[in-house]
Design a protein around this ligand. Structure first.
Ligand code: SF4
Length: 346
């Protein structure tokens, strides 16, 4: 059920009310809920200029305050989705179909409404802070960039407003620290700086693109705990993109599994990880538990993917009937695409 409630105003923010998703939305009026989605992706299709499909068709929706994980191995198309959301697709990649919107505002239609959303209500925490931060700019310039653009705040006002946030993130707010450059920080500090930048305009939705990949295990866990605390305190929603199933199980309440640019299974994280129905999800769970597998092969390059089920060449459960890959089964938010799903034990 969806219910409005008075959110705890973060000391650095001004939000008073948040819409909060309670439980999941099974059994609710799904179409009514879609109108209120933080993020909605309908039939997104990304291709190379030579027509080779890279991602999609992909449908995805995220309710306010929801924690969705997008999981899959490298090359599954996860980061391309982020690049499409923020309009920074690599050269040679074309958005050839479908639509993207955040808070009801199309992200694929240029204009001031879209520009007011990106970086403000919809914010991105990148995978590799070294590439996201300018080595030529001090930390203060990084932190005041988005507030200057979206709130017309002076650096002095922005830094005063952000001081409690920096303290919450374990970063000093004094000038001795803010005058430093990114290379003078530890890896964990750089990632927390990127998180502070993403939160600097008090967003409603974070896109976290494998943010802990470059961190050691202790720093990874500290970052995860910090994001979850902030999510609870501020009613933030997030889309956490990761290849790490263990991390996804801790961070997210719902998962979508991608492989070869196609969605294969979706559902509540606890159910999907305890009783996976798709052979690929089951393989991911086995790999996370370091269990041996009958599977062979690897994710083929986009131009070498089979016409039907992309997991077919690796699948230990493949049958002749898999040559025809049927449509998605069950609910859009809790279903799968497989001709021979695994049986759930009674
Ligand atoms: S459709 Fe067939 S080949 Fe593909 S995952 Fe399901 S059982 Fe395996």
């Amino acid at each position: 059920m969806i219910e409005w409630h008075k959110g705890r105003a973060a000391p650095w923010g001004v939000k008073t009310f948040r819409i909060r998703l309670q439980n999941s939305f099974y059994g609710c009026d799904f179409h009514a809920i879609l109108a209120d989605m933080s993020l909605r992706i309908d039939g997104l299709l990304l291709q190379r200029e030579d027509g080779v499909r890279l991602l999609g068709p992909l449908d995805l929706s995220l309710a306010p305050g929801e924690r969705l994980g997008l999981v899959g191995e490298s090359g599954s198309g996860k980061s391309l989705l982020v690049q499409a959301l923020f309009g920074v697709l690599p050269p040679g990649v074309i958005h050839s179909g479908g639509s993207l919107s955040a808070f009801g505002i199309p992200l694929d239609v240029p204009g001031p409404r879209r520009d007011a959303v990106r970086g403000a209500r919809l914010a991105w925490v990148p995978q590799e802070p070294r590439q996201a931060l300018s080595p030529l700019l001090p930390l203060a310039a990084h932190l005041t960039l988005l507030p200057g653009l979206h709130r017309d705040e002076s650096p002095r006002v922005a830094l005063a407003r952000l001081a409690p946030l920096l303290s919450r993130l374990g970063l000093p707010a004094d000038s001795a620290f803010l005058d430093r450059f990114p290379h003078q920080l530890s890896g964990g500090q750089r990632q927390r700086l990127c998180l502070a930048m993403a939160l600097s305009c008090d967003p409603d939705l974070l896109i976290l693109d494998e943010p802990t990949t470059a961190l050691d295990p202790l720093a990874q866990r500290a970052f995860l705990d910090l994001v979850l605390d902030l999510q609870r305190e501020r009613g933030l929603g997030f889309l956490w993109i990761t290849h790490d199933l263990a991390l996804a199980s801790l961070a997210c309440d719902r998962l979508l599994v991608l492989y070869g640019g196609s969605p294969l299974e979706a559902g509540p994280a606890s159910e999907l990880l305890s009783t996976p129905r798709h052979p690929y999800t089951a393989r991911l769970v086995e790999a996370a538990r370091r269990q041996p597998s009958l599977e062979s092969g690897f994710l083929p390059a986009p131009e070498d993917r089979p016409a039907g089920c992309p997991y077919g060449p690796r699948c230990a459960f493949r049958q002749d009937s898999c040559a025809t890959w049927g449509p998605w089964r069950d609910h859009p938010e809790a279903g799968l695409r497989c001709e021979h799903p695994l049986q759930i034990p009674n």
